[in-house]
Design a protein around this ligand. Structure first.
Ligand code: SIN
Length: 314
């Protein structure tokens, strides 16, 4: 039996639902080239960009944990123009999602105005409102009135496909509130979840934190965040307009995890910590594992089981 892993978000059609999580192997031209040439993944996303290049936070800023990772990268990136030049000068064998993360509303608006005015750019953009690691700056997607103000202004001029990268939510009331807010706007998608912000890991031998920035606080990712990621994909899929697709991100280490994200309603699935630790070969392995599960269950299309999670009835 052949299995079809195609998916679509706005004008972006892909033959394979997997992509990198933003921040993983997508900062420099060489890394972007690697992702572009990687033969299995269907799309790729850039490192979240700011108007000017940034070194990001001081090192050490990434630490491997037994069941995942903790990081406080602080948006290291080469700057908006670098990524725009990349898109103009490289063949796009696969679609590239442009991730933008201004350090203020004004920076977000400036980058989105440039994208709107650039006729050569018709791709998908993702506004990252959820980076937990920029020192002194809160995650805007936890401030609902501020997020609403920003989106109102953005959609007064932005007419191209635009999604949002969200942080995890932990209370069903917050799922209700963010979905009600987002449903007012013609979003192409939400990408959920960013890392679980402001975790802390300690080396007990030295009695010291493992990350330098923010006194050791950082975003938690990898397999330990899978339950939170699944809850956010499921909770938002149940509440968002059907036209707003979901990229499921968080805790995917194998085909079963990806299958679970799709059961919860993900249109596409991105891989973060596992891709960083394993390398780009993870795409081929996870795709093979997902294909095997679908074949064993007799599913030909992702739509055969997407969003069809069963609950336990009385
Ligand atoms: C970072 O701190 O650079 C990663 C977090 C993010 O991309 O939102």
């Amino acid at each position: 039996m052949s299995v079809d892993l195609s998916a679509q978000i706005a004008n972006m059609k892909v033959n394979n639902l997997f992509l990198n999580a933003s921040g993983i192997h997508c900062q420099t031209e060489a890394e972007l080239d690697d992702l572009m040439q990687e033969p299995v993944s269907g799309a790729m996303v850039t490192k979240s960009m700011t108007p000017q290049s940034r070194f990001g936070n001081p090192l050490p800023r990434y630490y491997r944990l037994a069941n995942g990772s903790i990081n406080s990268m602080g948006l290291p990136n080469e700057g908006f123009d670098y990524y725009m030049d990349y898109l103009k000068t490289h063949d796009q064998i696969k679609p590239v999602i442009v991730s933008v993360a201004g350090r203020s509303k004004e920076e977000d608006l400036a980058m989105l105005h440039t994208l709107q005015d650039d006729d050569s750019y018709q791709g998908l953009t993702e506004l990252n409102l959820s980076c937990p690691n920029v020192i002194g700056e809160p995650q805007m997607a936890y401030d609902f009135p501020a997020a609403n103000d920003l989106l109102k202004e953005v959609f007064s001029f932005y007419k191209k496909p635009l999604g949002i990268k969200l942080p995890p939510y932990f209370d069903l009331v917050h799922f209700d509130q963010i979905a009600e807010l987002l449903n007012q706007y013609p979003l192409s998608h939400v990408n959920t979840i960013n890392s679980i912000g402001n975790g802390l890991w300690i080396d007990v031998n030295s009695e010291t934190v493992v990350l330098k920035p923010k006194g050791g606080f950082g975003g938690v990712g990898g397999s330990m965040v899978l339950p939170t990621a699944l809850a956010n994909v499921r909770g938002l899929r149940q509440r968002l307009n059907p036209s707003i697709k979901i990229i499921g991100t968080g805790g995917v280490t194998n085909g079963r995890d990806a299958f679970a994200h799709i059961l919860c309603g993900a249109e596409m699935v991105s891989i973060g910590t596992q891709l960083y630790e394993e390398g780009l070969g993870a795409f081929e392995r996870v795709t093979r594992e997902l294909t095997d599960i679908m074949e064993a269950k007799g599913y030909e299309l992702l739509a055969d089981f997407r969003g069809k999670l069963k609950v336990i009835e009385d």
